[in-house]
Each structure stands twice: as C-alpha cells, then as structure tokens.
Design a protein around this ligand. Sequence first.
Ligand SMILES: [Zn+2]
Length: 313
Amino acid sequence: MEDPTPFWDGEKWTGPITDGHMHLDRMGRFLDAAIDFENAGGTRLILVHKPDFNQLPETIEDVSTAYLETLAMAKDVREATNLGVQVVLGPHPVVWAHQLESLGEETATELHLSSVDLALTHHQEGECVAIGEIGRPHFPVSTEIWNKANMMLEEVLRRCASQNAPVQFHVEDRGASTCQELSEICEKVNYPRSIALRHYAPGDVSSSFTSNLPVTVSMGRGSIGKIASTIDLDCLSDGTHSPVLMETDYLDDPRRPGAVLGPRTVPKRTNELGRHLQNPSNEGGLGWSHHQIANFLWKIHRAWPDALYGECR
Ligand SMILES: [Zn+2]
C-alpha cells in the first residue's frame, strides 16, 4: 500500500473519496450530480440500481431493461467524468412488499428471486460488483409478511453465496438488533459476513453495534462525532476492523429535492472528520496525528471499498 499520509494536509483530504451508496436518474440531475460530487473531491461512486417506484417492474423483461439502463448510466458517468463507477444491481425489498398485493405473493416472490438471479448473471460477467439493495421493509408490516420477507432474504443470500457475490442490505433501523439478526441470517445460510454490507447505517461503528458487518454510514449531521467516538483503535491498527464506508443515498429524484443528502456531502464530511480527529481533546477532538488520520481516511475511501468490491478500473 502506498503511504497516504501526504493526502491529509492538516485541513483537507486530497486522496480518494468514495460514496458507498448513491443513485442517479436520467430524469433527475444525473451527470450534473456526478460532476458536483467530482468537483467537491469525489473520485469513486458505488452506483446502486433503483427501481422506478412510479411504474414498478412486472416482468423479468422489465427488470432487465431497468438493469441495463443503470449499467448505461454508469458508462455515461465514466465517459463524462474521471470518476470510477461500480454498479450494484438487485430488486428492492420495498418493491416486493408493494407487489404482494398488486401481483400476489407467489408472482411477486418469483419475480424478486429471478431478479436476483439476473443480477447474479451481470455479476458473473463483471458488470456489477454487488447485489442490492436487498433486505426487508424498513416500515412496520404484519408478522406474516415480516416472516416471509426474512425467508425470502435467506433464499436471496443462499443464491448470492453460491457466487460469493457481495450484497448491500436495505433494512429497518432497530439499532444493534438489526445488525445482529442480519448476522445470524448470514450464518444460518453460510453467507460470508465480510461482504454483507448494511447500507444507510447509523454512525455507531463499534462491533457491538454492527456485529462486525461492513457498513456504509449515512453521513447526515452528527455522523462525524458518532464515528469518531465509536471507532475501535485497536482493531483499526491490527487490521481487523470491519469495513466502514460513507454514503449519501442520494436519490436524484426531482420530486423529492432535499429529501436526502446531496452529492457533495461525503467529500465535505470527510474533511470535517479529519479535522475533528485532529483537534486536541481539550477542544473536543481526538488529537490524532496526520499519519493516523490519513490511514483511516484511506481505509474508508480506498482500502475497504477495494476489499468489498475490488479495485475500480
Ligand atoms: Zn438507496
């Protein structure tokens, strides 16, 4: 590994910056949003497929067309910018929950699982780096639906395990128990926890909270302080810390501007985190050295994304 120390100059991080979970939409700001990210210092984005929630896919052909569109957007971003782009494809668990009624349970579940198989085909061909967002509804559902969602999730993970394909989870937030349950499901179906990443994760990155699942932290207000106060220094220095990425979950939905974090957020928070770690403890910081800060930011933005999804380009 090259020495990342020079990338932290005491004020600003000039090394790689990865957004671990972002969506783009041709009907939204699309290339302008990617360019905003790049101009703010971004270098790599994990582009996650999003279904058209106004017109849900009803056949595997619909899903295929939508996947190809996400792959085409990734190509356009690579051509229009210097960003590295890695794609995540998969059926959204919320679509399944909606379609239980419109399509009926059997058809909705079949469509969901064949969408996973199709994403796995793209993974095998090297066109996407992970399967997602998969998981279970983030809103309250009946016990019956909850159990079915969990059974389906097990089956999805079994299929992904056969190819060692990483996943990004979209799940509810019930604190530490959410990660613990995910971790148990992984174990049950023999899915490697090291590539089972929880997206939209809270800032608590301690292993007691994450159950050692990799996370992409949603970088809203307060996330910096939480990451800084829960990072395990021993695991960080001996290399056993589970991966922590940063994300916006930018939706690029023109009807919901400001509903989520903007594309410049991760670069901005990266510099804030560096300064917070650097500040002396009597000023509320942690008093880290330039070297320590640079090593940590390098892990977040380069080493951990590489470990999960391979080197970009
Ligand atoms: Zn998302």
